[in-house]
Design a binder for this molecule. Structure first.
Ligand SMILES: [Zn+2]
Length: 207
């Protein structure tokens, strides 16, 4: 990540809006904004992939669904660079191993903290868990409010977007769909790679 380029870009935005970017009230704005983008809003781009801390499931051990609800989602719409926020539900049906519960939250955060599309976020979390945890099934649901729909464009505050991806769960074989347009499974519950998204970040830790 090139912090100087981000800072220069925000200075250009101020100048493009007609502001005096050297005014004492504004001159630190590009630096502050670049810092927030690099260290917080897009932190997932520079951090290492999340280690799931898997542990083997003993013979006869609990084999039911593991579900985390209410995982905060804080992300930036890749199309408008405005925030979208909400909650995720992540669950899996253990195969040979289980993982630390907080790791599920960290996986969501890792893929959310970057310019993102909710559809891809949902799919990337599910793909990552399927690949790293090898569960018998995985399910991810994300519900989000998008400021790009609330402050501009259609200007509809309070609209919730729900995206789901279910793979390999009993009775849901191959039945998953992304309500907002992407993320779908076909045949056998195997999760397919998204058509785009990871290609945005050729050097990052995305899937
Ligand atoms: Zn948007």
């Amino acid at each position: 990540m090139e912090r100087e380029k981000i800072e220069a870009g925000f200075r250009l935005v101020l100048e493009g809006l007609g502001a005096d970017a050297d005014h004492p009230d504004l001159r630190d704005t590009p630096r502050r904004t670049a810092q927030a983008w690099a260290e917080e809003l897009c932190a997932g781009l520079s951090e290492a992939p999340v280690a799931l801390d898997t542990m083997p499931l003993p013979e006869g051990g609990p084999a039911g669904l593991v579900v985390l609800e209410g995982i905060p989602v804080k992300s930036m719409c890749a199309h408008h660079l405005l925030p979208f926020t909400g909650e995720a539900v992540v669950g899996y049906l253990p195969g040979d191993s289980i993982c630390g519960l907080s790791r599920l939250s960290r996986v969501v955060n890792h893929f959310a903290r970057r310019p993102q599309m909710q559809e891809f976020l949902t799919q990337q979390v599910a793909e990552y868990l399927e690949r790293e945890l090898r569960p018998r099934g995985v399910g991810v649901v994300v519900r989000g409010r998008h400021l790009c729909m609330e402050l501009r464009g259609v200007n509809h505050p309070g609209v919730m977007t729900t995206t789901t991806l279910l793979g390999g769960l009993p009775g849901r074989r191959g039945a998953a769909r992304g309500v907002h347009g992407a993320g779908r499974l076909r045949g056998g519950g195997a999760i397919r790679r998204p058509a785009a998204g990871p290609g945005w970040w050729p050097s990052c830790s995305g899937p």
